[in-house]
Ligand binder design. Structure first.
Ligand SMILES: *[C@@H]1O[C@H](CO)[C@@H](O)[C@H](O)[C@H]1NC(C)=O
Ligand SMILES: *[C@@H]1O[C@H](CO)[C@@H](O)[C@H](O)[C@H]1NC(C)=O
Length: 335
């Protein structure tokens, strides 16, 4: 009987593990984009740290995004978070949604889906409002999830909610004196983070996409004001390295930046120049790794084809600051 119980427990254990694995795979919402152009190229823009009702050159950056967006016939836009300053949205009826988003990104080329993640400033407001389908009814290009996956055939993009990783937002007395964070849906934090890491890891393991890109608000590696985010270096970076992720794209530091990690070869791309920039706020960094640091406003474009990813950074005037091409030998077998 003892044996029997033990066997049943093993079976039960296996069942629970299976349930858990199945549940966790289904956890992250999935979206699909079909590359529409010839040769399956896929183009998108990336902007971050923007929502300031048009001020701090937000409108100028938006204007240039419209021009580049049209030229590249973009498929969608990625926002790396800090969508609404200073404290997110007050609710679904906050006029800031119009003042900082709908009435700013008006160019025809930008009327494509915006995949938004949340930044730390967004967590200081009503987070559920940004996630609400009501905003999508107000403006159909708006789409915001905490974490999700975008499957665009040649590339899979994994959006990760990075704010809950940062310890100081939960424990630093100064931080908590000045700001209140809306952790609805995040607590208990430990469980939230371990589930998320597990989901991202299993989704990356299963991904068959040629290119894998991870997007989050916070930096992993940056020479900017905030610098590296230690929690992400410890918890998320090993998952990116183990799964041969090509690039990690973030905002948070209000600059444009390109670092190629000399160990893993991962490209760390900061596009946080959507409005207020931090002039001169840069730390020393290995010049071999730091390919671009621009302490002004701007944005980035990404063009993906089979075997090739082209990255371009633009300043507030739409001037090209930096280009980089990543190639992969696909070894496609000849028929
Ligand atoms: C807007 O951009 C121009 C050109 O880079 C710059 O001179 C100016 O300081 C910017 N304004 C703000 C408020 O950042
Ligand atoms: C790689 O980069 C790190 C961080 O910038 C630096 O400390 C290290 O010396 C570099 N290693 C090589 C081989 O360049």
């Amino acid at each position: 009987m003892g044996w029997c119980l033990k066997q049943r427990m093993v079976l039960l254990g296996a069942f629970v593990t299976w349930l858990f694995a199945t549940a966790s795979v289904a956890e992250l919402a999935r979206f699909k984009e079909y590359p529409s152009k010839a040769q399956k190229s896929l183009n998108f823009l990336v902007v971050g740290d923007w929502g300031r009702k048009g001020t701090h050159n937000q409108s100028f950056v938006a204007h240039q995004m419209g021009i580049v967006g049209e030229k590249l016939d973009i498929d969608f836009v990625i926002s790396t978070g800090d969508n609404f300053y200073d404290d997110g949205l007050t609710g679904v009826d906050d006029p800031a949604f119009y003042q900082s988003f709908v009435d700013i990104y008006t160019a025809p080329s930008l009327q494509k889906t915006w995949y938004n993640v949340l930044g730390n400033h967004d967590y200081r407001g009503d987070v559920e409002a940004q996630l609400s389908p009501i905003l999508r009814e107000k403006d159909s290009k708006w789409l915001c999830l905490r974490s999700s996956i975008l499957d665009a055939e040649i590339v899979e993009i994994f959006f990760v909610d990075t704010t809950p990783f940062v310890e100081k937002y939960f424990t630093d007395p100064e931080e908590l004196q000045d700001h209140s964070y809306d952790w609805t849906g995040v607590l208990p934090r430990e469980a939230y983070l371990s589930e998320l890491l597990k989901d991202v890891d299993s989704a990356l393991v299963q991904s068959k996409a040629e290119w894998k890109i991870v997007v989050g608000h916070h930096t992993i590696k940056s020479a900017g004001h905030h610098g590296n985010t230690q929690e992400l270096e410890e918890l998320l970076l090993p998952i990116l390295e183990a799964n041969n992720v090509d690039a990690y794209i973030n905002g948070h530091d209000h600059c444009l930046e390109h670092i190629i990690d000399n160990k893993s070869g991962i490209h760390f791309l900061t596009s946080g120049g959507g409005s207020k920039a931090w002039r001169g706020d840069v730390k020393p960094w290995n010049q071999e790794e730091l390919k671009l640091y621009h302490d002004g406003q701007g944005f980035m474009s990404v063009q993906i084809t089979n075997g090739n990813v082209d990255i371009i950074f633009y300043d507030v005037f739409g001037k090209v600051l930096h280009t980089w091409s990543i190639s992969k030998d696909l070894n496609v077998a000849a028929i």
